[in-house]
Design a protein around this ligand. Structure first.
Ligand code: C2E
Ligand code: CA
Ligand code: CA
Length: 574
């Protein structure tokens, strides 16, 4: 072969390779669900690539056509979009924003990347447009769910507590009153059992619809759960006094409600009322007081209203068996700590354990933590119990550490009341010192209820804990007023997606999409994710597929005594 033939053959093979590469590149672009815009600064040339027509009904052939973008996105996004398109002016390398398209519900992610020469002059720029509608519109839906109850369309509990807190603050400033009315439908359980839960749901909706008509600027209405509703009134007087609203409710109870089946049903309701400032000075306590006197109204004969007075509260607490038992319980005799393992999703290695308390009373009866912890929170015993839980869990954890040297986290549930104690952090640090455990090995699980009162102070405290290396995890995400946008400002490391999502993630398409978008977004915020209550392989596989970082649930491990965790460490990690 002469020299020329050699060169021709070489060029031919290079050419083939280039054709192949460009085919692959085109395939990648076409299937990427994106459009690209390439701009060469030196040649001042512009080229559009991939699915351009899917996104835009105009062409871009030169740099000055860029203005056409501003006509197609909603006005408030034009300024950030401009910055992303002309990013070289800021000397930045890359930038990403989401913009909403005009006239359609499409959301675009616009990402711009620049290549500079050695003298830092921009040479080439690539702008990618990606359809992220799926994730952003789910965020809208999520925000709705965060504030409203899906069944009735009324405010949900957590958001109501927040609004009520605002009423109380306003009343403090203006020397006004706030009334809280706690409502419970009479005989609802009986109706539910005899007519079925679908009719039960309809009853809850119909009554919610009636209550929603009472709402106005100074009256907020919420559906808490099942057949429980709560109304908050700022500066109750005239048509909006408690008496006037009670009269409307009782008057309505005289007439039957019509169900979709044609059946007529009469509903009566028991109401408990507590007022700021007499009953309490915080939103949560006002609700508690109103609930307690509502129970009094029921026992005194249903279909009536009961106003709060101090003796009712005392009576209630005195009569509450658990409440009394809690005050006498011998911690080390009757409480034990169980631990539930948490696993990394990808390799099923142990990430850590969550400490969960168990109470066996003298008669050997188990009392569930979700029953007695709320009572302990009400009567204040949660503070010493919480300290005991911290010490006992950390003591056991330190034993494992010494024996196995296996790196894992200890997650502790911290209740709002406990967290608010001024010596909470010092206490925790002292216990850690005592057992030689580093703050980096501890994760505190908090719920959004912590954030309701005095937000600023709570956040500062979280920051102090994190500075010491302690991780913060937001528990039960999705059950409260949690919106993704408010997560952005929270000093937290981990997010636990509540079991209620996982329960229906396989059977309900909506939940599936929402869970996927939560994980997608939360990871973008740089947080770690844990799914709670994972019970089946199907749920596990789905969560693995959508990149949820960690898994906790009966599928991989129930809460167990410390020996169970030891066995687990030995089995999995020698
Ligand atoms: P939580 O913090 O959300 O704890 C998770 C609960 O879900 C635990 O119930 C656990 O046993 C249960 N669980 C975990 N995986 C599964 C699953 O796959 N299926 C089902 N059906 N359930 C699962 P537990 O231990 O009864 O605790 C209930 C609640 O009591 C906790 O909810 C927490 O709010 C409170 N609690 C428990 N221990 C403590 C504690 O030490 N301190 C404080 N402050 N609260 C605690
Ligand atoms: Ca927890
Ligand atoms: Ca939880």
């Amino acid at each position: 072969m002469n020299e020329l033939d050699k060169q021709i053959s070489m060029l031919d093979s290079i050419n083939k390779r280039l054709v192949k590469d460009s085919k692959i590149l085109k395939l990648i672009c076409d299937t990427s669900n994106s459009a690209f815009l390439y701009y060469n600064f030196e040649e001042d040339s512009v080229q559009t690539i991939a699915n351009w027509d899917y996104f835009f009904d105009f062409k871009i052939t030169e740099h000055k056509d860029f203005y056409k973008f501003y006509d197609c996105v909603e006005e408030k996004y034009t300024s950030p979009l401009r910055e992303t398109l002309y990013i070289e002016k800021r000397g930045l390398k890359s930038s990403t924003i989401d913009v909403k398209m005009k006239g359609s519900r499409m959301w675009l992610e616009v990402e711009s990347d620049i290549i500079y020469d050695d003298d830092m002059h921009p040479v080439e720029k690539i702008i990618r447009f990606k359809d992220v509608t799926k994730f952003n519109s789910q965020n809208d839906e999520l925000t709705y769910m965060a504030y409203y109850d899906l069944l009735t369309g009324l405010y949900n509990r957590n958001y109501f507590v927040r609004l009520l807190g605002e009423f109380v603050n306003r009343a403090k400033e203006n020397d006004k009153k706030v009334a809280v009315m706690f409502l419970d439908l009479d005989d609802f359980r009986k109706m539910n059992d005899s007519l079925g839960i679908i009719v039960g749901d309809e009853i809850v909706q119909i009554f919610g619809q009636f209550l929603s008509e009472l709402a106005c600027e100074n009256v907020i209405v919420s559906h808490f759960s099942s057949d429980l509703y709560c109304i908050g009134i700022y500066d109750p007087c005239g048509d909006f006094s408690v008496d006037a609203i009670c009269r409307k409710i009782f008057k309505r109870s005289e007439k039957p409600y019509k169900l979709s089946s044609g059946r007529n049903l009469t509903l009566t309701v028991s109401i408990g009322v507590a007022e700021y400032p007499e009953a309490s000075t915080t939103a949560l306590e006002l609700i508690n007081c109103a609930e307690i006197v509502m129970i009094g109204a029921k026992t005194n004969g249903k279909g009536r209203v009961q106003y709060f007075d101090g003796s009712i509260l005392e009576e209630f607490l005195k009569n509450s068996k658990i409440d009394n038992k809690l005050k006498e319980v011998d911690f080390s005799q009757n409480f034990v700590m169980y631990f539930q393992p948490q696993f990394h999703t990808t390799d099923k290695m142990l990430r850590g354990v969550e400490a969960l308390i168990r109470w066996k009373d003298e008669s050997g009866k188990m009392i569930r933590p979700d029953v007695f912890i709320p009572i302990a929170e009400k009567n204040g015993t949660i503070v010493p119990i919480g300290t005991w839980i911290m010490e006992e869990s950390i003591r056991i954890y330190a034993g494992w550490k010494q024996k196995y040297h296996y790196p894992m986290l200890l997650s502790l549930n911290v209740s709002a009341i406990q967290y608010k104690q001024p010596d909470f952090i010092d206490n925790l640090i002292n216990i850690l010192d005592k057992y030689g455990v580093s703050p980096c090995e501890i994760e505190l699980e908090i719920t959004e209820s912590i954030l309701i009162d005095d937000f600023k102070e709570i956040i500062e405290k979280l920051a102090v804990l994190r500075n010491k290396g302690i991780k913060i995890s937001l528990d039960d995400f999705g059950t409260g007023y949690s919106s993704l946008s408010y997560l952005k400002g929270l000093p937290i490391d981990t997010l636990k997606i509540d079991k209620t999502f996982i329960d229906t993630v396989i059977t309900d398409e909506n939940t599936r999409i929402i869970t996927e978008s939560i994980i997608y977004m939360v990871k973008r915020l740089g947080l770690e994710t844990i799914a709670e209550g994972v019970e089946t392989q199907e749920q596990f596989d789905f969560l693995n597929a959508i990149d949820c970082d960690n898994i906790q649930g009966y599928y991989l491990g129930k809460p167990m005594p410390p020996e169970g965790i030891e066995e687990l460490i030995e089995k999995v990690h020698g």
